[in-house]
Write a protein that binds this ligand. Structure first.
Ligand code: FCB
Length: 450
């Protein structure tokens, strides 16, 4: 990496927010403790064959009970910001109606413990764990979800708004609607455009409404939402591949941010999106606008796309990373640091986004432990190289003002179960013992200017 190896956290300026990210369902465990209701992930993981090794998140990292220890690690590594999500069904077990005081108390303790340790809490309201009771009423395909979600957001804003300065309404709506309601590989396991399109539109409306509620209840807070994105390139320069890549880009990278910015859905590029109109009511064009203070950019990789006659709707397919490179992660994602630079530039070019934060970036590699140490050199290099690309974007004037590593502890990686390990801290599944990996030590040193 030449001179970039000298890169210091301080080079990004004092105001730059460094952090680490996590999510409730992936870490908390305690899946029915203290009055929590089941979420769609609790139900989905009960279905045989849905999750690698039939893993489930009932215990996960037991963060519900061990959070003081994890926050101490964050403190010890000198990480100033911690992003985590609230489990809707811990706070409102039935999705709507009665609030669970023990759920609220738990998040009070978590937030207070962050503040006592000098860690700034960044809170995501929805990281994919819809209360199962709401899925029984249609989940994200039912337009009522907008008001169910709004009630939940109001409860959280009112209770935690005095201490939380950064909110993210949703995590990666493209992934939870695409994987959960189109492909059926994530909870709740529904398929097809008849589920996907209403889920998309209602998520867009709920994101905007959630942002409005937060901004009026917490006028001093920064309110944003996070978006998955991958750099998309055509396999060849042919007209067909180029057009196919453009359609995939519209679908994966633009489908949620553009309506939130008042640009509508990218129907020109993906004509099948006209079907969304069926779910739109008069006035929705305005209601879709979210007025976000920031966009959370979440990037891991790039995708190479080629034309395909056999893929319905988009006529495009992703070229398997394994077939084109050796430099891949345990998720079969290509390691391609310039991807994050290009995605930051892409989001930066939209008018109407005041700020960008990289709210997730990281990598799953096979970790080997020797004599009590995890020497995860590849993860360190991944983080260094991606951070260098963030720096490059920033130096060119891009308004990126923070970076969060995904993730603190090895955790429940959705349909992949516990196999891929993303943590900078190892968790022994038997004992729950935490071991800071070399990447964690490296991040701590980097942030401390050592
Ligand atoms: C993102 C998710 C996060 C985690 C990482 C690896 O898409 O937001 O929960 O699973 O991928």
């Amino acid at each position: 990496m030449g001179g970039e190896e000298q890169l210091q956290a301080s080079s990004f300026g004092e105001k730059f927010s460094w952090g680490v990210s996590s999510a409730a369902c992936q870490t908390e465990g305690a899946y029915l403790d203290d009055g929590k209701g089941p979420s769609i992930w609790d139900t989905f993981t009960d279905r045989k064959g849905k999750i690698c090794n039939n893993d489930h998140a009932r215990v996960a990292c037991n963060f519900y009970h061990l959070y003081p220890e994890d926050l101490s690690i964050i403190r010890q590594l000198n990480i100033p910001n911690f992003r985590f999500s609230l489990a809707w069904s811990r706070i409102i077990p039935g999705g709507t109606g009665a609030v669970n005081p023990m759920g609220l108390d738990y998040y009070d303790r978590l937030i207070d413990n962050c503040l006592e340790k000098g860690i700034d809490p960044w809170v995501t309201l929805y990281h994919w764990d819809l209360p199962q009771a709401l899925e029984l009423k249609g989940g994200w395909t039912n337009r009522d979800v907008v008001s169910w979600f709004s009630d939940y957001v109001s409860v959280c804003a009112k209770r935690f708004g005095d201490r939380v300065g950064h909110w993210m309404v949703m995590n990666e709506p493209m992934v939870f609607t695409g994987a959960g309601y189109f492909l059926g590989v994530h909870a709740p396991g529904r398929r097809g455009v008849r589920n996907f399109f209403p889920a998309v539109h209602h998520s867009v409306l709920a994101m905007a409404e959630g942002a409005r509620i937060l901004k009026s209840a917490c006028p001093d807070a920064e309110v944003g939402s996070t978006f998955s994105c991958s750099m998309i390139e055509p396999q060849t320069t042919s007209r067909w591949d180029t057009a196919a890549a453009n359609r995939v880009d519209a679908l994966l990278n633009r489908l949620f941010i553009e309506p939130a910015l008042g640009m509508g859905y990218p129907v020109k590029d993906v004509p099948v999106l006209r079907k969304l109109e069926k779910y739109m009511l008069p006035g929705d064009d305005q209601k879709m606008i979210a007025n976000l203070d920031f966009a959370g950019v979440q990037n891991y990789t790039r995708e190479i796309v080629s034309f395909s006659l056999f893929t319905p709707y988009v006529h495009a397919r992703l070229v398997d990373a394994k077939r084109r490179t050796k430099d891949i992660t345990e998720m079969n994602w290509e390691v391609y640091p310039p991807s994050i630079y290009h995605m930051l530039k892409k989001f930066d070019a939209y008018p109407g986004i005041p700020k960008l934060y990289v709210t997730e970036n990281g990598a799953a590699f096979k970790d080997v432990e020797t004599a009590g140490r995890v020497h995860d050199e590849r993860r360190i290099n991944y983080l260094k190289d991606y951070i260098a690309q963030v720096f490059k974007a920033k130096q060119e004037g891009c308004k990126v003002e923070g970076y969060f590593v995904w993730t603190l502890t090895d955790n429940f990686e959705w349909a992949e179960g516990y196999r891929p390990k993303f943590g900078i801290v190892k968790v022994d599944p038997e004992t729950q013992r935490r071991t800071v990996k070399d990447s964690g030590r490296w991040y701590g040193d980097f942030l401390s200017g050592r």
